[in-house]
Design a binder for this molecule. Structure first.
Ligand code: 5AD
Length: 350
């Protein structure tokens, strides 16, 4: 006898069997591949498991809010995906240390307890001395203001100096764990050097974040799986991913934009595999799909970056992703957080 219902049910069960594997902690490549590819109702199931894991580790359902100050766009690297690459022709700036410290103070008064200082990569002695001064003054003024740095590859002595000055965390994305891709996208750097820096940061005692980009030129699903495995090889406290946006001023400006669904699924997998790490819902998700940052929260994210720390005149000169960067306003982010049934925490979540 032919049954109409039977074969459909068993096909669905077979397609979704990766969910049982994920629940049991089986993160084999075939399971990760199926999870990265799932869409529609299956994708919602994946997100629900991610939220369950987040609730187990972060029962308060809070989102860590950080203010970012983009302290300089000077960069020594020539990454093809980045509009601030050396030689991109954009106007350069460096904020005065006093202005950064004042901004941190202003935001502290308004309740902000987590600050992110971000810049292009610049290993010059004068620059790292300026950063060290900023860090030590910020921490002297407000020891309970958690300070995250994102300044790229530096020497061990420079990382130690910044740590001793009081910085709490450091974000250094490995971008891709696949040598072929890393060196294609970042021809002025090597993957070995990047991973060496990442290991130094962990060993020095920073709470360290890292992650990748998805939807990049030449990248396959297998490469994204390698990135997930790489995230597990370091003792990280934060994970992140962005989706490729072809900025108008970058070398890859004519390449297609990345598929944001891979980023959402990757985020859900990061939450399921590394449940107690912090993970941002980034503005590039919103740029790829209206409501994207809300979806990021539904896929397990628990941090947001508020763009209220960079002076207006510098904002356009820090074209991360694109010169038309979507910088979500506070209200928009607050709505996304409320819709995800979460609340904003100005206090550090770790
Ligand atoms: N598209 C997506 N992500 C990007 N990043 C930089 N440029 C792009 C882009 N065009 C990411 C990198 C970098 C972080 C600050 O932003 O991962 O480390």
């Amino acid at each position: 006898m032919l049954s109409v219902i039977e074969p459909m049910t068993s096909t669905h069960a077979r397609d979704m069997s990766f969910m049982d594997s994920l629940r049991k902690g089986d993160f084999s490549r075939s399971v990760l591949r199926a999870a990265l590819l799932v869409r529609d109702e299956g994708q919602q199931e994946l997100f629900a498991l991610a939220r369950q894991r987040r609730s187990e580790c972060f029962p308060a359902e809070e989102v860590e809010a950080r203010s970012v100050v983009e302290i300089s766009n000077v960069c020594q690297q020539g990454c093809h995906y980045c509009s601030m690459a050396k030689g991109s022709g954009i106007k350069r700036y460096v904020m005065k240390p006093e202005a950064v410290v004042e901004m941190a103070d202003f935001l502290y008064q308004r309740g902000r307890r987590v600050m992110l200082l971000q810049s292009g990569e610049n290993q010059s002695k004068a620059w790292i001395e300026a950063c060290t001064k900023i860090v030590s003054e910020m921490k002297q003024n407000h020891p309970d203001q958690e300070l995250i740095l994102c300044l790229g590859n530096l020497s061990e002595a420079q990382y130690v100096k910044l740590k001793e000055a009081g910085a709490d965390r450091y974000i250094l994305k490995f971008e891709s764990s696949v040598k072929r891709l890393y060196e294609m996208w970042k021809p002025t750097d090597t993957m070995e050097e990047r991973l060496r820096c990442l290991k130094m940061l962990v060993d020095i005692g920073f709470k360290t974040g890292s992650g990748n980009m998805v939807g990049m030129p030449g990248q396959t699903i297998d490469d994204i799986i390698d990135d997930l495995i790489c995230m597990g090889e370091f003792d990280l406290t934060m994970n992140s991913c962005t989706v490729f946006i072809p900025g108008e001023a970058c070398g890859y400006r004519d390449e297609p934009i990345g598929d944001v669904d891979f980023a959402f699924n990757l985020m859900a997998l990061m939450r399921i595999m590394f449940p107690n790490r912090l993970m941002p819902t980034t503005s590039c998700l919103e740029r790829c799909r209206p409501g994207g940052q809300f979806i990021g929260l539904m896929a397990g994210a628990n941090t947001v970056t508020i763009h209220d720390g960079t002076p207006e005149n510098y904002k356009a000169m820090f074209p991360i992703y694109s010169t038309k960067r979507f910088a979500p306003g506070n209200d928009h982010l607050l709505d996304a957080v409320a819709n995800a049934k979460m609340t904003i925490s100005t206090h550090p979540l770790q």
